[in-house]
Design a protein around this ligand. Sequence first.
Ligand code: SDX
Length: 423
Amino acid sequence: MSDVAKLTMPDGKEITLPAYTGTEQEKCLDISALRKETGYVTFDPGFGNTCPSKSSITFLNGEAGILRYRGYSIEDLCEKSDFTSVMYLVIYGELPSEAELAEFNKNLAEHSKIKPQLLKLYESLPQDTHPMVLVSTMLAGLSAHYPQFTNPHDTDQVEQAIFIALGQILPIVSSAYCHGKGKEFNYPSEPISSYGSGLLKMMFGDDYEVDTDVEKILDELLILHADHEFNCSTSTARIVGSSQANLFASLSASVNALWGPLHGGANQKVIEMLEDIANDGGVEAIDKYLAMAKDKTSGFRLMGFGHRVYKNYDPRAKIIKKTCDKVIEKLGVEDPLLAVAQKLEAAALSDEYFTSRKLYPNVDFYSGIVYRALNIPTEMYTPLFALGRLCGWIAHWREQNLDPHARIGRPRQLYMGATERSL
Ligand code: SDX
């Protein structure tokens, strides 16, 4: 097979475009000289056919429903690893040895307290502020409180910034919950055994008894959210970092991108949608909502369904769906929304509109059901997505920051506005 593509331009000029093959046999054409050689740029709304750079962090195959972090499948990592080790793997490329994990945990623990003056930021924000505003504000605030760790060209500063961001994202997310409940935020009196356990204790109080099965379920959810190659919020981390903005500023921007209802904000919207259906007749109303989802003029979308890359069942949704059953059985909770979700999924997957467009449940469809079973409020679902995804954003920012060929991200446009005119 040739490693070039030949392109004949409208004016008859012929050019060749180098073709690359990735380690998983994905193919791409290098168009980086296209404008210089032909005056043309490419048109690709939503960048569905465009790779801004090479990466070695996460591989996903949307047709086959495969997701691997640094070569390890999510199924394997959920079964045999833990979230802190997966954070290390995603960022540094290998699973940590026992000694490396102990050192990593020590570094995170040493940076796990938010400066009291930074916590005062909450006092300026209304109690009903959405926690994603608080999380992005606090991450941006780290730039103010740790200016000595904001030079992206200094690898020691970057490493310290990584420990601070990873160490403080847990108290930031938990204190955002407490702010919303108008309750005092307190750190656990004992060292935490996992991010999931720390989250529940910092949200619900130090005396909260964390069930080990629940701790494992939360750890698994965080692993499943850890990275997902060049999604919207990760691409945000990369493009903000490409201007040589510091890590904290780039992570704050990623939180804001994740918040959108088409992206990470969907997990909250799924529960709100299921509640609307439940309050509107439950399973009897499903056909009505499916019809709305198919009616472009309705403005309604089936939240938690569809994906830019997965044209098969999202492998994360498969695992989370099983987790739903586990946690509901474990906690003995009856959640009417689960029955609605299951019936809605079954109805959609037997409906030609959805199957012809390869619209399947994605990571957000069932995750909220698990959080509900743990009495976590819906406005906290997207912050929990950010808690899991922070390591992925860091990994991509760091990979680009270490790349000597990285350039500032600056797409072109096809100008359709007014031509020159005089006043
Ligand atoms: C995440 O990219 C990632 O990796 C993201 C993520 C990650 O881990 O980072 O996986 C996390 O963001 C998951 C997605 C969460 N969002 C939702 O659940 C919101 C609902 N889904 C969508 O709005 C939509 O499916 C997107 C945003 C996820 C994908 O949008 P695309 O790729 O731009 O697809 P599209 O809008 O072009 O849709 C293609 C067709 C259209 O119909 P036609 O024009 O062909 O007639 O499918 C239809 C759409 O109208 N469609 C839907 C639909 N999703 C797509 N119709 C009804 N309900 C839906 N949910």
